[in-house]
Design a protein around this ligand. Structure first.
Ligand SMILES: *Cc1c(COP(=O)(O)O)cnc(C)c1O
Length: 436
């Protein structure tokens, strides 16, 4: 019976017939024939296994290419730096710079002289100009790479002195002590989880000391009977102090009083600061190293630096971020709650759906990305029935909100105002479906 004329496997459409379908042909033009062909093959296999009917093969292939990652998502979670959503969105000047750098570019050439030039000098100059307290700057792939480079270049076969209260896990199994030890450096732990004093550090110093590491425990708070030693005091110990500030704030932000910034940390006496480019700086994924000229030079000249080198797109995005007027991250952080409320009300009114379904409610946004724990930012959301969550997430324009007590909250803080129309369309689409 399986091989007979009724065998559904015989009805599975052929690849060439599917490739001639106008929608799949358009997808092949946009995304490349190989990708669409692979989606077709996978859908045909599913039909042969009986998972879908042969008549569904075309739609399944189309759905698979349409949902291929990455897709642009509207972040209505109220989490400003959402790691699962790619942390910081790039500013318009940063995007323009990436597009310009996508082809051949003068990343390592001085067009005036026709000679080779310092790679990414525009980005490095902009970073140095933003933090004049740094004697020199360097950029690597991410914050973790910055730490690896510092540990390798300054403490291979030596000790990194660090407080037990700062041996943190950043997220997704990324444990700072494991990362540091993977370089061959040894950790010399001092103090306790809740209290470490300057004397603890002083007692651990010796000929084997590479540097003292100060880590900003960015994603949790220790309260109660606690004490930690400030960079200013560590700088009196007479050994290099490396400070991992985490988020990449270059100068203080009054909104986030407990978040360390590069300029203040250097002025307090840190010899080297490491930070991420795609957290509060609002730029591309990058590891920023700022500090004493001789230390930064040692890092730059270390053979490992070549393996951690950032590509031209990152350098372009970083330059665009630093030159640009402001970043989407900063705009979201500093968004005025009254304006967010107005936008939510306008959105509710424009939806024209029944008042019980769409309400405007106050809520609290957070910084996220492992930054500023405990800080809540007053915000406003459009509240919808929870049943909107899945169709909005999986729709043509994915929208992510957060579900709180049976309601889907769409916090407008991180949705650019220009995207309100897109958000409205996405919600209305769900409303048309029977489940809405
Ligand atoms: C985020 C963070 C890191 C890791 O930076 P990545 O850019 O994600 O590699 C390291 N240290 C601290 C304190 C952080 O907050």
């Amino acid at each position: 019976m399986r091989d007979g004329p009724a065998d559904p496997r015989r009805r599975v459409p052929r690849t060439d017939a599917l490739l001639a379908d106008p929608d799949l042909a358009a997808a092949a033009d946009a995304l490349g024939r190989d990708r669409v062909k692979a989606a077709i093959t996978a859908a045909q296999d599913r039909a042969r296994r009986g998972e879908i009917t042969p008549e569904r093969v075309r739609d399944a292939a189309l759905a698979a290419v349409a949902t291929a990652a990455p897709r642009a998502v509207l972040n209505a979670t109220g989490v400003v730096l959402h790691t699962n959503l790619g942390r910081a969105p790039l500013s318009a000047p940063a995007v323009d710079a990436v597009v310009a750098a996508a082809g051949h570019t003068d990343v390592e050439l001085d067009l005036a002289t026709g000679r080779r030039a310092r790679r990414g000098r525009d980005a490095l100059d902009a970073l140095a100009a933003a933090v004049p307290d740094a004697g020199a700057v360097h950029v690597v792939n991410n914050g973790a790479a910055a730490l690896v480079l510092a540990a390798t270049a300054l403490a291979a076969d030596a000790e990194i002195v660090v407080s037990r209260g700062e041996l943190v896990e950043i997220g997704d199994g990324f444990r700072l002590p494991d990362l540091l030890e993977s370089t061959g450096a040894r950790l010399r732990e001092v103090g306790t989880t809740n209290r470490t004093t300057l004397a603890d550090y002083a007692a651990a110093l010796g000929p084997r000391t590479g540097f003292v590491l100060k880590v900003h425990p960015s994603n949790f708070l220790v309260t109660g009977f606690t004490s930690a030693v400030a960079v200013r005091e560590l700088a009196t110990l007479g050994v290099p102090v490396v400070a991992d500030i985490g988020s990449g704030l270059l100068t203080p932000d009054p909104l986030l009083p407990d978040e360390p910034d590069a300029a203040t940390t250097l002025r307090a006496g840190a010899h080297l600061v490491t930070a991420s480019g795609d957290k509060l700086l609002g730029g591309p994924q990058a590891g920023l190293l700022l500090g004493d000229t001789d230390l930064v030079e040692r890092l730059r000249r270390h053979p490992l630096a070549r393996a951690l080198r950032v590509d031209k797109l990152t350098l372009a995005a970083l330059a665009g971020t630093l030159h640009g007027p402001t970043t989407p991250t900063r705009s979201a952080l500093h968004a005025d709650p009254a304006t967010l409320r107005q936008r939510a009300e306008r959105l509710r009114d424009a939806l024209g759906i029944d008042g019980r379904k769409a309400e405007v409610v106050p809520c609290a946004s957070v910084v996220g990305g492992g930054g500023a724990p405990g800080v809540e930012l007053d915000s406003w959301a459009l509240s919808l029935p929870e049943s909107y969550a899945e169709p909005l997430r999986t729709g043509e324009q994915p929208v992510l909100g957060r579900v709180v007590r049976g309601r889907l909250l769409l916090d407008l803080r991180c949705v650019p105002a220009e995207a309100d129309g897109t958000l409205r369309t996405a919600i209305l689409r769900v409303g048309e479906q029977p489940c809405g």
